[in-house]
Design a protein around this ligand. Structure first.
Ligand code: PEP
Length: 249
């Protein structure tokens, strides 16, 4: 089965209105490349980015599981959609760690976002101590099982991102064999859970992806794209990664 590659940028807590020009450049270049491209921006930039790059996939970086209510500082799926977002990241390790989000929270967020009409990128990944203990595959598989939404109506709207925590923003990347082993295990879990649609879900790799390593990573079986942090902030760094994805398609 052919899954079109997806390269999503995660700007985290970076970006002011003066950076919106990067969104324009990326959106225009993305139109000509044979890969899906998205940028998950700080909430403050979403609406302006959508106006600047109509038709391009802009996303959020988190969503609350409730429709509305007394949740100071939180954003609902309806609010993201209202701002023009098409997708959202849930379960990023920085939120799991700093905000104490549990697998159950992330499952609820994924379900709320999908039900509202947002595409979802669900992140999983192990710490360095888990990797060193030889428990990475078992740990991440269990994390995936507990974080997955109960159902997916349209597999093209749901992606999983394998992001080893120790590889995020560090310049360290797992071996190609380790990435392959993890993606194969996650594919098996997705098929075990959802049947045939599980083979259509895209599994992204995330963690220090850059122009120099993207092609090799995209060559691994069951790597269907990337979630990119630091290298997504500048079009000059991000677009070569998208080009590598398009070339690997
Ligand atoms: C991320 O935070 O999702 C990420 C992959 O970051 P980086 O590419 O900077 O390692």
């Amino acid at each position: 089965m052919t899954r079109r590659k997806l390269v999503a940028g995660n700007w985290k807590m970076h970006g002011l209105s003066s950076d919106l020009g990067e969104v324009s450049v990326i959106s225009i270049a993305a139109e000509t490349l044979r890969a899906d491209v998205a940028l998950c921006l700080p909430a403050t930039l979403i609406e302006r980015a959508v106006r600047k790059a109509p038709g391009f996939a802009i996303g959020g970086q988190d969503v609350h599981q409730a429709d509305k209510g007394a949740h100071t500082g939180c954003i609902s799926a309806a609010m993201l959609l209202d701002a023009g977002a098409r997708l959202v990241i849930v379960g990023h390790s920085e939120r799991r760690e700093a905000q104490g989000e549990t697998d159950a929270d992330i499952k609820a967020k994924a379900e709320a976002a999908l039900a509202a009409g947002l595409d979802v990128i669900l992140c999983v990944g192990e710490s360095d101590s888990v990797r060193e203990a030889g428990e990475a595959v078992a740990t991440v598989s269990a994390q995936l099982d507990a974080s997955l939404p109960a159902s997916i109506d349209d597999a093209s709207r749901f992606s999983v991102a394998y992001e080893p925590i120790w590889a995020i923003g560090t310049g360290k990347v797992p071996s190609i064999a380790d990435i392959g082993e993890m993606h194969e295990a996650l594919r098996q879990r997705l098929v075990a859970r959802f049947g045939e649609p599980g083979s259509e879900v895209r599994i992204l790799y995330g963690g220090s992806v850059k122009a120099s390593n993207a092609a090799e990573i995209f060559g691994v079986a069951d790597v269907d794209g990337a979630l990119v942090g630091g290298a997504s902030l500048k079009s000059a760094d991000f677009l070569p990664i998208v080009e590598a994805a398009a070339a690997a398609a």
